[in-house]
Every structure is written in C-alpha cells, then in structure tokens.
Design a protein around this ligand. Sequence first.
Ligand code: GLC
Length: 411
Amino acid sequence: MLDDAAEAVLRANWREGTRRDGTPFAFTCPSPRRYKHQWFWDSCFHAIAWTHIDRERAKEELRTLVRAGRPDGFMPHTAFWQASPRWRRAPLYATESFRGDTGTASIQTPLLAVAWERVAEGDDAFREEGLEPLAAYARWLIRERDPDGDGLLTILLPDESGLDDSPKYDAVYGSMAHWKPGYARLVQRCRRARWSAATLARTTDEHVEDVLINVAHALSLRALHRMSGGAEWAEHAARTEAALVERCWDERRGLFFDLAGRGETRVELSTWSSLAPLALPGIPRDIRERVANEHLLNPRRYGARFGVPSVSMEEPSFRPGFNAYRTWRGAAWVNTAWLLIGGLRSLGADDEADRIARGVADAAERSGFREYYHPRTGAGHGEHGFGWSTLLLDLPAGFSPTVGVNPSRTS
Ligand code: GLC
C-alpha cells in the first residue's frame, strides 16, 4: 500500500521537457504546489527512491542535475527548468543576478556521488558516465569552498546545508537568518563578493564549517573512490573525516558541532547534524557508538516514536509543530532517519534501525507523504505529496550509505 502511494507521489511530481534554450530536462519536483523547481539534494533522494521503481527515471534525474551545472564543476542548489521564480519569491533564491538565471549561485548538501553510485549499481556504463562530472564537482567544492584548506567545506548561506532555519544558525546569522527579512541582505552581500568563499571567510563572520555538509562531502568522496578507484578521493575523504573528529567533535558532550565565523567558534546546539557523522565508517567506532547510544537512541533526546527529530527534544529551541516560515526546528524528516539508520546498521544495531524505520512508516501510514512529521504524534506537516518522503522505500532494504551497496544484496 505504502509502496503504491510512494510510486504515485513520484509519478505525480515528475516533470520533463525542454528549457527555453533547448536543454532537455527530466526530474522530480519536491512538491507540486510549493517546490516546483529542481532542488539538488531532493533530486539525490528522489533518484534513490526511483531505483525501487524505474531506474531509467533515476538516471534521468541525476543527468538533469549535472546539466544544471557549469563547465567549472559547480552545481546549483536549485535549478529553474520550466520558469524563473516568481517575483515574490525571487529574493529568496540565491542567484547571481535577479533575472534570467537558470539556477542559483549557491550549493546544497553534496550527496550526488552517493546517489550516483546507488543508481549505477550493476550498470557500468552509467557509472563511467558519472566519473567526470562527479570529479569536477568534488574538485570545485575543494577548491572553492575550503578557503582555509583544513579539509572542511564552508557554507555561506544557512540553506546551503538544506537545513534552512535550523536553530543552530540563529546566533551565527542573527538578523540575516534564513527566516528573517535580513536574509536578502546576506544574499546581496554574497553577490557583491561574487560568491567567493575566500573573500567572505576573510571579511565576514556569517559562514559555517557545517557538520552535515562535510558528512555528505565525505560520503560522496568515498562513493567516488569506490566508483573510480582514484586514490585521491579516499585521501580527501580521510582528511575530512579526521578534521571532523579533530575540530568538531566535543568529547564532553558526545556530539559534533559546526564551526562558525572567522573565530571558528563551536555552535554548541544539539541538532541531528551533530549526529550525522554516525554515517561515516571512517569515524572511530567508539565515537559512533557514543553518538548512537547517548543521543540517537536516547528517548529524552532523539529516540522519538515517529522518526528522528531534527533538533534534540532536550533543546530549549525544540519546536516540532508546524510553522509556515520556519523548518528544521524539531520535526522529523524521512531523510534524517535514512542517513542515521545506515549508521546504526553499520554498528550492527539492526533492531534499533528497524524500529526507527517502522516509526517513519507509521507516520506515513497515518498522514501520507508529507514534508515532515511531528516526532511524538506522527501528525504530518508542510507540503503534501512530498518527494523525498518516498525514501521510505529505501529503509527496509537496509541500505547503508556507509558501504554504498547493501552487503546482503551483493553476497
Ligand atoms: C526546504 C528545505 C530544503 C529542501 C527544499 C525543497 O527549503 O529546507 O532542505 O531542499 O525545501 O524540498
């Protein structure tokens, strides 16, 4: 039943055609009403969900993402294939200029190689096809977004991590937070600096070496290494993983924290991104076990009945209900569970992983494929027919992002 409903959502959100300049596109929009464009990490999740239904569509979705990119390797946070954003929403899109852009100048959580590897399972031609654009994208990120060369990527806008209004950004961005009017000033400042992270990291304090972004980066580098055999990717991944441990791990609290501004100040707030390194096999096992046992599975913190809350239930800023202008402040998203379940499975905690997967499925049974869910009641909030909630299809398969392919399927 849920499988059929998930397929119906993906089919209803499928968009294909040709852009005004003749470039063909085919992708899944996150939701038909509110999110009509192509979002970067949404498409990565959609492609993984499509592998359970129609692998050709999964391939087209990822090819379209690559086509939205530039020759220098950059790929945008949002691509506008069918129409430009309407004037009312235009200031919210981080474009180069105001009119005529085909995509943003900002990035989003770099999970593309993870998705590519999944879609290319057993398909060498598609794997080969990805190697060049994936390598160019990884090089762009390392060249442009690691201005201090410490192995950790930097985000300029809070929504570059996909966690737009997370309370972890409140103090860092202040009046320029994503949900405040000043956000338009932040975008304007990035435009003036021509989106140069080197310039902005040197002259301003509103930028973050973000844990989730770097987990996604390391996962993708590992996937690229497995796909290409290129030793440089394993070396880059190991560097990023080591930097996460050396610079972001808080031994006392047992969590990973972002580093913000020129002072690289730790942002000591417990959000699901503080747990995300659990998905990286290169992180020492004792650290991953602490994250799982003290936080993810702790009923006072993240161990909720319906999915994994995006903010610890113990944090004063935890707000799991609906707010039209603020997301990622406590509600449970399906992708959150997806990433962390993989980490749990790699620790052998399959029962716990299954329990979380069941909770997510229960929420979808009750409320349909909504954008996010109340972690205590399972009530659905935000958009209806939300694309990446169909990642649910991937939870029982036991896919682990830490090893690429589910070991039971290859044995
Ligand atoms: C919201 C989410 C972001 C997502 C986008 C499209 O802005 O915060 O993560 O990519 O919607 O679904």
